[in-house]
Design a protein around this ligand. Structure first.
Ligand code: GLY
Length: 379
């Protein structure tokens, strides 16, 4: 079945990951990217691989999917290194979730109890124990949860590696090539229409992130319910005296907003992120930048002296229930892989492997079965 002809709409990490795996299996794959590959949410992300830190008791299936995808990362990193000839900054120093005030401690307690209830590998620390792991933390940090198995990867390196691996395996990439519509005849997807004409295909994969609901040709009932959720971010340059190794996340019950600080091997310290329902607006605001800097400074006072290298805003593709939409649709040969919201980088390996299995075998793997579009069609 490897000789199928497949069109993928969207060249972010999800589209590139699926395309790479399919091309490697012998399929003829073409990715149509509206802009530049991997320069939207995949580029804007922080690269945290944090199913435990982001665990919510009400979302056990999503937590399982995240944990399974995290467990695939060592294999994914090695496979990418072989096919792309580069590593992607996979780091295993763990994550510290810290609290600075009594109300934060109450919230951390609640999270810790939920994590324990789920049987997760987390440890409760006092401020001194947290500072033993990360000396740059503020003396105001009184409590912390250590998620030793929540890791990180450099998402921008992963974009570069996926593009290389995909093209090395024979995948074709058209950039600046928006899809006008998915062509559907008698309930079957038969191809895609671009400004250059109709391209016939055996399977169409829709992985266009927050633009997934805007692709023409889909019956109203199956337009994927995906919206953009804006995140403002910035990058600082770590200097002597600030050498953070773990990912640090704050839990703030009141103000400022909760933030995360993600140290990169090249000395950059990524600080994120706001979460704003602003449509497709990607403007930076004084308030957003101020809240990020204040949140980072309260947790790690030494950031006050650091140079700011970059500021940006990205659009997370959030579905109606914030879980991804993966798998078959009521249209034959039309597959969705979208709506990864805050977990796109974490969920890239499992999405790529399982969607490839689905396309090559025709069978939906059990891991992704709970995430099919039909959960919205039953509402
Ligand atoms: N996963 C981090 C974020 O969405 O901000």
């Amino acid at each position: 079945m490897g000789n199928k002809n497949i069109s993928i709409i969207g060249g972010g990490v999800i589209g590139l990951g699926i395309g790479w795996q399919l091309a490697k299996a012998g399929a003829s794959v073409t990715i149509y990217e509206r802009d530049q590959a991997g320069r939207a949410a995949s580029w804007a992300a922080a690269g945290m691989l944090a199913p435990l830190a982001e665990a919510h008791t009400e979302e056990p299936e999503l937590l399982n999917l995240g944990c399974e995808s995290l467990s695939l990362y060592p294999q994914w990193v090695e496979e990418l290194a072989t096919d792309a000839g580069m590593f992607i900054g996979y780091r295993v120093e763990g994550t510290l979730i810290v609290g600075l005030e009594t109300d934060d401690t109450d919230q951390l307690c609640h999270l810790y109890e939920a994590q324990q209830h789920l049987g997760l590998d987390v440890n409760w620390l006092n401020g001194r124990e947290a500072r033993n792991i990360e000396p740059a933390l503020s003396p105001r940090v009184t409590t912390a949860i250590h998620c030793a198995t929540d890791y990180q990867v450099d998402n921008r390196l992963m974009v570069e590696a996926l593009q290389r691996a995909y093209q090395t395996c024979g995948g074709v990439l058209y950039e600046n090539c928006p899809i006008q519509k998915i062509v559907i005849e008698n309930g079957v997807a038969t191809g895609v229409q671009t400004q250059n004409g109709f391209h016939e295909t055996d399977v169409v994969v829709l992985s266009a992130g927050c633009w997934s609901g805007q692709i023409g040709g889909l019956p109203d009932a199956i337009i994927p319910p995906v919206r953009p959720v804006k995140g403002q971010m910035l990058a600082l340059q770590m200097e002597e005296g600030i050498d953070i190794k773990a990912v640090i996340r704050t839990v703030r019950a009141r103000y400022p907003i909760s933030v995360y600080l993600v140290p990169r091997s090249d000395g950059r310290l990524i600080v994120g992120a706001t979460s704003e329902e602003m449509g497709f607006d990607t403007r930076l605001t004084v308030g957003g930048t101020f809240e990020l800097l204040r949140g980072a400074w309260e947790a790690v006072p030494g950031v006050y002296e650091l140079p700011i290298l970059e500021t940006w805003a990205g659009l997370r593709p959030g579905s109606r229930d914030n879980a991804p939409i993966l798998g078959k649709t009521p249209i034959e040969n039309l597959i969705y892989a979208t709506g990864h919201y805050r977990n796109g980088i974490l969920l890239t390996p499992i999405t790529a492997y399982e969607i490839t299995t689905l396309i090559l075998s025709g069978e939906t793997p059990e891991t992704i079965a709970p995430f099919q579009l039909d959960r919205f069609l039953r509402e």
